[in-house]
Unconditional design. Structure first.
Length: 319
């Protein structure tokens, strides 16, 4: 089969389970483009040629794997706003009088953090016959910092209170600091305004971790076009979150990137710029190209594909 993946567009690869979607995207497209970008082009089983790969400069997979396994990793540190917030606190009159620099407001280094819990705000209690439990630190009471550090305030808040704020609240608090408010605004656009800045990364769901990764990608200023690959990103997402995800994917495509998504979700299929459906069945009955083109063209086929049948029956999905 001959398949096209447009640059500057959202491409959705769909079809029944076992139709060959992952083989096409991961084993052929991803492997082929990565190898050629690294100067190690090799023959790919099942692929007789790959053209147009020079249109992209990098390949990035945005999956639902955790963004960090340590409680020291938080949304604020992952999207890069925590360093700016620490500099804001170190520039206050209270901090200057005390001689505090940005390092004083870090919960990862000694100096301003609570040493009882190592800046984590929680300590682990070992149980003899039960799993270990984590409780708030009895010295800092979960605030992560020592008392002298907490005497410094910015905009009426201590550094611990800022960590406990939700993204939407922090964006409003630091609205005059674009290096802080813009990344937080992107998180809010992705439907993550309810997360707290200091929430431990291991407590985030797969969908939340994936949207955090998308927020970081949106904040990057790539010199060239990037090939983004996503595998069923709507798993576990509410309908409103799916709409937010679709908006962000279109924003990436509008910047000239190639966004390729393996997906079954009808809402995401309907809002794609380019649709590729494989089938007609799974396993030995799969691997055929049933359709490629704009989603609306799928509904105009004389012999409807499995996806076309569901799109037609979905109430309002193609509006």
């Amino acid at each position: 089969i001959d398949v096209e993946f447009p640059v500057g567009a959202v491409t959705v690869v769909t079809g029944v389970s076992g139709a060959g979607k992952s083989t096409l995207v991961r084993d052929i497209l991803e492997v082929g483009v990565r190898g050629r970008l690294r100067g190690r082009a090799r023959r790919i089983p099942g692929c007789r040629g790959l053209t147009g790969w020079k249109e992209v400069t990098a390949v990035r997979e945005v999956d639902q794997r955790p963004i960090g396994r340590s409680p020291r990793s938080t949304p604020a540190t992952y999207v890069g706003v925590w360093n700016s917030i620490r500099r804001i606190f170190s520039s206050t009159p209270d901090a200057r009088v005390r001689g505090f620099g940005p390092a004083r407001f870090s919960f990862n280094v000694k100096g301003g953090r609570c040493e009882r819990c190592g800046g984590q705000g929680r300590i682990r209690l070992e149980m003899n016959f039960l799993p270990d439990v984590h409780v708030d630190c009895d010295r800092c009471r979960g605030e992560r910092f020592e008392p002298e550090t907490l005497k410094v305030t910015s905009h009426g808040k201590t550094i611990a209170e800022v960590l406990a704020m939700e993204v939407s609240e922090a964006r409003e608090l630091f609205r005059s600091y674009r290096e802080v408010s813009r990344p937080l605004e992107t998180l809010e656009d992705l439907g993550l305004g309810y997360l707290t800045l200091g929430q431990a990364s291991p407590t985030l769901s797969g969908g939340e971790a994936q949207r955090l990764k998308l927020a970081v990608e949106l904040s990057k200023s790539s010199r060239g076009n990037v090939l983004y690959l996503l595998d069923e990103p709507t798993i576990g997402l509410h309908m409103l979150d799916v709409a937010n995800l679709a908006t962000i994917l279109r924003r990436l495509a509008a910047r000239g990137h190639a966004v390729v998504v393996i997906e079954h979700h009808l809402e995401l299929i309907a809002c794609a710029d380019w649709l590729i459906e494989l089938g007609p069945g799974g396993g030995d009955r799969g691997g055929e190209l049933l359709y490629q083109g704009p989603p609306r063209g799928l509904l105009e086929l004389r012999e409807p594909t499995p996806t076309a049948a569901f799109l037609r029956s979905a109430d309002g999905v193609t509006a």
